[in-house]
Design a binder for this molecule. Structure first.
Ligand code: GDP
Length: 330
């Protein structure tokens, strides 16, 4: 592969402004990099993008592996692109060991979408902490907005805590579910249900249609028991099929009415302000953590204190305090 030329800040800013996807990708790589030499450039690119960001519809999508997220995103993304929207698809996968692997993964998972002119797909950044991975995705989202993307779909792998991270960066949160035999609510974390603005019972096709209809009413009943949302939206439950495309247009019309409501009652601004605050806290945590582990004094003592914690000769609390004292001595 030809070595990429190093671009200047102005070239990045201009490239993003005109929606050049090669430059956008390269800018994201700079932002994702943890190398000190990229940190200043990354921050400058991001800052120049900020005034042009914020104008997209940010949608989070979650659901357990196998529920049909990639199939749904392909269907929904194509539907949106056909309505002339520019769509960016981002993924948060804290389990992804390297972004190389997931690039191939996403291309094969969403073959029609990945070739579409109006669609930009970026797989999960790699990283050591969920907070770190997610904050890079959030920054990528802002760059995509500056590059003119109207709708950002942020997918999570549906395991662990990544739903919370995604919920903290999107305006609207979709939860994909399956109609199962037995208790419909089994195995679903109540917390995740509470975050959903729209619950979609997926794979409503073929012989599964009746089951999905039944599941829809069980979930509707379950959602009634939840307290009213601060934004006065009543979460909806619908059926759809990512495979056949059935119900996909309805999903978009519900999201549109959701946005009409949260724009008119100012809840969109309130939510985004709260989220910015959350990410401020997250960034402080993450940057402190990185600096802490890069600190020479900390590195010198870390292994020793760790083994002392392992064999119970010092408490984790005391070991942490000693390390932090060393860090502060810098
Ligand atoms: P993900 O792990 O959540 O991304 O799920 P995938 O999109 O990879 O789908 C998992 C499996 O379910 C695949 O075999 C799909 O072909 C199948 N699948 C996905 N969506 C549907 C659907 O709407 N209907 C049916 N019948 N199968 C589907």
């Amino acid at each position: 592969m030809q070595k990429r030329k190093n671009l200047s800040l102005e070239e990045y800013v201009e490239g993003i402004k005109i929606g050049n996807t090669a430059i956008l990708s390269q800018a994201i790589t700079v932002i994702e990099s943890n190398h000190a030499k990229h940190a200043t450039l990354g921050a400058q690119i991001l800052e120049s993008a900020l005034p042009k960001s914020g104008n997209s519809v940010r949608i989070g999508i979650t659901g357990v592996p196998g529920v049909g997220k990639s199939t749904f995103i392909e269907s929904f993304g194509l539907f949106l692109a056909e309505q002339d929207y520019k769509v960016a698809v981002l993924t948060i996968d804290p389990t992804s060991p390297s972004s190389k692997g997931s690039i191939l993964g996403d291309k094969t998972r969403m073959p029609k979408l990945s070739g579409h002119q109006k669609v930009f797909i970026r797989p999960s950044p790699s990283g050591t902490t969920l907070g770190g991975v997610a904050s890079k995705t959030r920054e990528t989202m802002l760059l995509c907005e500056a590059a003119g993307y109207d709708i950002i779909l942020v997918e999570t792998v549906g395991v662990g805590q990544s739903e919370i991270a995604v919920h903290s960066m999107v305006d609207c949160f979709l939860l994909l579910m399956l109609a199962g035999a037995g208790d419909e609510l089994q195995g679903i974390k109540r917390g995740i249900m509470e975050m959903a603005d729209l619950v979609l019972i997926n794979k409503a096709d073929g012989s599964n249609k009746t089951l999905t209809k039944q599941a829809k009413s069980s979930y509707q009943n379950a959602l009634h028991l939840f307290p009213q949302n601060a934004n006065s939206w009543t979460p909806k439950v619908e059926t759809c099929s990512g495979l056949t495309g059935a119900g996909i247009d309805n999903v978009w019309s519900i999201i549109t009415s959701f946005f009409t409501l949260i724009k008119s009652n100012q809840h969109l601004q309130i939510r985004r302000k709260d989220q910015a605050n959350y990410w401020l806290q997250q960034s402080i945590d993450e940057q402190l953590r990185i600096r802490f582990f890069e600190n020479k004094n900390v590195q010198k003592e870390f292994q020793m204190l760790r083994s002392m914690v392992d064999n119970n000769s010092v408490s984790p609390f005391r070991a942490a305090k000693q390390l932090i004292d060393l860090f502060e001595k810098r």
